[in-house]
Design a protein around this ligand. Sequence first.
Ligand code: ADP
Ligand code: MG
Length: 332
Amino acid sequence: MKKGLFSLFICICVFLCGCYYSQKRSATFFAMDTVMEISIYGEEKLLGGCKDVIYDLEKKLSVTDDKSDVYILNSNGRHTFDEDTLGLILRSIELCDLTGGAVDVTVYPLVKAWGFTTGEHRVPENGEISSLLSSVGYKKVIVSGSEVSLQSGMAIDLGAIAKGYASDKIVEYLKDNGVQSAIINLGGNVCALGKKPDGSPWRVAVENPFGGGYIGILSVEDKCVITSGSYERFFTEGGKTYCHIIDPSTGYPADNGLVSVSVICSDGTFSDALSTALFVMGKERAIEFYKTHVGFDVILVEADGSITISEGIENTFERSADIPESSFEVIS
Ligand code: ADP
Ligand code: MG
């Protein structure tokens, strides 16, 4: 009898613990220049841990905080990095190379000249652009041991990759702490950890770049959906619109008919780098890149409203009712 009661007590404890951990807990906060929302099925204190992961990265990677490692590198031309940040820089350089320099972490002098760092937007003169372009080129970054050095005039910005990397770090932290189900939204870049507790996949809405709702919903599990677009950060001058993604081969904002690119992949860092790179490449080159590389899916949205998705997500992407079938294409 005593043994029976004890078993019952254990069962109730296990049940209550289950309820406690399977409760959804969310935190919304502002970091890395965007609104972040993290929802986990796990202990409340882990949300604080997630915030610490983000704040710690922001402290190291910010291009504007004069105490950050990246800022110090950019002002001194050389800096010694901790193992993790060095790893990120090396990975970023690899991704610049993989994309033929479409994403280039050394494009920062141009991002700055166009005023995207300060919000004081301007159209630089052609001469200024060509002179700044001579300071761009990831191949010129020298890494020796844990020291990174840059030539005079050069500066790096991991902004095109940092949020994807941050979501990978959060997923790693949550997994290490036993969380099996979470959804991490870093300014519209979403990463799903596992499935929902009921066993169904997470449903991630892909924003409509023309405003008003979304173009569709993706069902995902252990994947990130990361989007780069021209519709969020841009300015207009002389009737022309300039977006915050710069084509490192010209020094001008990318302007090739794409308005947004989403990359779906289990690796957030890769997704983030690729979404920026494919946006710079434009539709034809992006499709060519997709066909010659593995491990990811894409959604390309053009200025005329056409949507192209890759075949890997054909069955998991639910097109919104207001998107006509005629403007929708699947690439294989
Ligand atoms: P977001 O940060 O808006 O989600 P992205 O991941 O595409 O979008 O990153 C864009 C940011 O990356 C820009 O704000 C700028 O700081 C930087 N950037 C712009 N163009 C490039 C590029 N071609 N390669 C690398 N970084 C870029
Ligand atoms: Mg990116």
